[in-house]
Ligand binder design. Structure first.
Ligand code: ADP
Length: 339
């Protein structure tokens, strides 16, 4: 059986008297890619940071191989810290060359210059930036900078690479490149990769195992179009779900207050003209992503927030949809599922 790098048991983290993470049992095997998914505020970063020793748990146990590391002092976990590395959401680069940026961590570890050189060469090769070593960091695009930060993490030869939302702040072209880099890291250097993402399809594209969090707890599977927001009641007794970007959905609900909702991507109807029906939710959106899945097509549509819509290939071709097409999305209040 593959070796377990991390074992997590009965882990709890509390902020302001609220349990934000409550995980009974979770194992991570050596050499695999793990995605931690869930909507905003579901505890992804907290879990990542407890595993990478940036934060401490309030209850429970974590084992690194067979060594318990929960609430050990920083000096006790120094050896483990050397074996893991984290790439943050907003990576920071010094105003020097790509080479110097990557060499930094090796210099402070007193790695001999010859070894530095060969490790930097292979790390740049893995991230596909072999010709970039003399480039100044401020001449890089967002996606290239992200790959340099990954190379900087790899030269340390970590056993585990943690990535916090590695593709949130880069454009689609570079997202594909970074995703290829993550796959290559697993294949070529067999490093265990643990990353967070709110993009479910990215999680399933990349990971061997997907860990789904909702409100700090592991759930079997995160549904598509899962959103966090607030249910409010207006004078007419109608209930609305308000979420990021001032978006409001009509919903059927007994309760008000904070809530999670999801909308099944198959329950959303697309049309070029605004749809006249009793369905109460209608939004104009722009297609930002098209993914073919067997006889179905999955579309990501920006209505102020991204929503996923699944239609048949037949409808897709009939409607002549393209990237950038503007379409109306319509769904009934009863299609909004409450948690
Ligand atoms: P995610 O990464 O899924 O967006 P987080 O792990 O960042 O979620 O946050 C989970 C919950 O814990 C949220 O409700 C957040 O507000 C809360 N939280 C996270 N960090 C802190 C902190 N340092 N202080 C107080 N609350 C926090």
């Amino acid at each position: 059986m593959d070796k377990l790098i991390f074992k997590v048991r009965d882990l709890k983290k509390v902020y302001n008297n609220k349990i934000v993470l409550d995980v009974d049992n979770l194992n991570f095997q050596e050499g695999k890619i793990y995605a931690i998914v869930g909507p905003n505020g579901s505890g992804k970063t907290t879990l990542l940071n407890i595993l990478n020793l940036l934060e401490k748990a309030d209850e429970g146990q974590i084992f690194f191989y067979d060594q318990e590391i929960t609430n050990k002092s920083n000096s006790d976990t120094l050896e483990i810290r050397r074996k893991i590395t984290l790439v943050n959401q907003d990576p920071f680069l010094f105003h020097s060359t790509v080479y110097d940026n990557i060499a930094y961590g090796l210099k402070i570890r007193s790695i001999p210059p010859k070894v530095q050189k060969s490790r930097i060469r292979s790390a740049l090769n893995i991230v596909g930036l072999s010709g970039f070593k003399d480039r100044k960091a401020n001449q890089l695009s967002g996606g290239e900078a992200q790959r340099v930060v990954i190379a900087r993490a790899l030269v340390i030869e970590p056993e585990i690479l943690f990535l916090d939302e590695p593709t949130t702040s880069i454009d689609q072209k570079h997202i594909d490149v970074v995703e290829r880099v993550i796959k290559k890291i697993k294949k070529e250097i067999k490093t265990t990769v643990i990353f967070t993402t709110h993009d479910l399809s990215q999680a399933y594209r990349l990971a061997d195992e997907v860990i789904s969090l909702l409100d700090g707890k592991i759930i079997k599977q995160v549904p598509e179009n899962l959103l966090r927001g607030e249910i409010i009641e207006e004078e007419d007794n109608l209930k609305w779900f308000k979420t990021a970007g001032n978006i409001k959905f009509a919903i059927v609900s007994e309760k008000v207050g904070l809530a999670y909702i999801s909308i099944d991507p198959r329950d959303i109807i697309l049309s070029y003209e605004q749809f006249q029906s009793s369905a109460r939710n209608s939004f104009l959106g722009k297609i930002t992503k098209i993914i073919e899945q067997n006889h179905l097509v999955k579309l990501e549509i920006d209505i102020g927030i991204p929503l996923v819509v699944i239609i048949t290939r037949e409808s897709f071709f009939k409607m002549n949809l393209n990237l950038g097409s503007k379409v109306y999305l319509t769904f009934k209040a009863s299609a909004v599922k409450l948690y």
